[in-house]
Ligand binder design. Structure first.
Ligand code: GLY
Ligand code: MN
Length: 365
């Protein structure tokens, strides 16, 4: 992570929530909570990395000795404790833990570590840390929004370049590799995924690009993203090689209308599920309800998929500063697929749309 954030304030917010709900200790391992609260992103190694956060005392970051040089020391936020290859890091964690009654454990903790910790801290009740960390990470800070804006703009530039390419005669795999390269060229640090799903393959929302050669008459779903200073982009555009049939054009019209309604339904105070309902309603009314087989969207930040989930059953209210995708799709098995995906930010008055590339069915050769 190159951006600098106020990690002390973030840990302070975590401690306040821990105290509010009676949690004595939070244990956060690999995954995005760690960079969010410390600025340190651990490799997801088999060795233990763990941020030990007592509600009322200084935190300690436990890392393998060989990783310690990568940690930027922040003594005002955490002590650093490294262990050698033959040490027992879980004993170290247990010593730091004291005798907690309630321990919040991060989702991204290998189960073999949790099993040992449950034995060592046998008097403690273990609960999930994610509801606590999520409540802080949900609303993005200004610096985070700026990185998400930059990542989305870089993704939009890739779409602009794709519109100039000839799709016909290329394999999905070759186009996917080109997208990976362009995602980095346009400003991401890394490309994280690059789906190309052509013709009937488009009916599988997360299709693995393969050897299928694209041809005239294909709709091609292109869904890709990367990370820029830790923050993710994720956008989908649907291309069409040559002129679409009336059936495809009609479906696309319904899809574009649904996606626009979804974006327009975003306001602070509305429930996450109401954005899903508004989007889905358009597709149901147009006769495509059964072909929209996933939620309308997911939050995005340090993780490509995080809270808030824009899905039926999620009554969470949207707050200014939340960021998520709006990505309805139509998937007709054996025939074709299409999806439009943008990242949006809830603002004080409505919505800011981070992706600005054309949402039309993009005609290519
Ligand atoms: N791309 C759809 C989803 O993962 O929700
Ligand atoms: Mn997405």
């Amino acid at each position: 992570l190159t951006a600098d954030f106020d990690y002390a304030a973030r840990l302070g917010a975590l401690r306040r929530r821990m105290i509010d709900v009676g949690v004595d200790l939070a244990l956060l391992s690999v995954g995005s909570d760690l960079p969010y609260f410390t600025g340190y992103e651990a490799m997801p190694l088999e060795r233990l990395t763990m941020l030990v956060v007592p509600a009322e005392r200084q935190a300690t970051l436990v890392v393998p000795e060989l990783e310690a040089p990568r940690v930027q020391a922040r003594p005002e936020i955490f002590d650093l404790s490294s262990y050698g290859e033959t040490d027992e890091p879980l004993q170290l964690v247990s010593n730091l833990a004291g005798r907690p009654a309630t321990v919040a454990i991060g989702d991204h903790t290998w189960s073999r570590f949790l099993l040992v910790l449950q034995e060592k801290l046998s008097a403690a009740r273990f609960i999930a840390a994610t509801p606590l960390t999520k409540s802080i990470r949900l609303v993005k800070e200004r610096g985070e929004l700026n990185l998400l804006r930059r990542a989305a703009a870089a993704a939009d530039r890739v779409v602009g370049r794709l519109r100039l390419l000839r799709f016909s005669g290329r394999t999905e795999r070759a186009l996917s590799a080109a997208i990976r390269t362009m995602t980095v060229e346009e400003g991401h640090d890394v490309a994280t995924f690059h789906i190309v799903a052509s013709g009937p393959n488009g009916a599988s929302p997360h299709h693995e690009p393969g050897g299928r050669v694209m041809e005239e008459g294909d709709a091609v779903v292109v869904d890709f993203g990367g990370r820029l200073s830790g923050y993710c982009s994720d956008t989908t555009r649907t291309f069409h090689i040559g002129k679409p049939t009336a059936e495809v054009a009609h479906a696309y019209e319904a899809l574009a209308a649904a996606q626009a309604v979804g974006r327009a339904s975003v306001h602070p105070g509305v429930e996450a599920q109401s954005v899903d309902r508004a989007t889905r309603r358009v597709l149901i009314d147009a006769g495509f309800g059964n072909y929209f087989i996933h939620r309308t969207g997911h939050g995005i930040g340090l993780d490509g998929h995080e809270a808030p989930y824009i899905v039926e059953g999620n009554g969470e209210q949207l707050l200014s500063g939340m960021t998520f995708s709006i990505e309805p799709g139509i998937y007709v098995p054996g025939r074709f697929g299409m999806r439009i995906e943008d990242i949006v930010v809830v603002t004080a008055t409505g919505v800011e749309e981070l992706n600005q590339s054309s949402r039309e069915l993009l005609l290519v050769d």
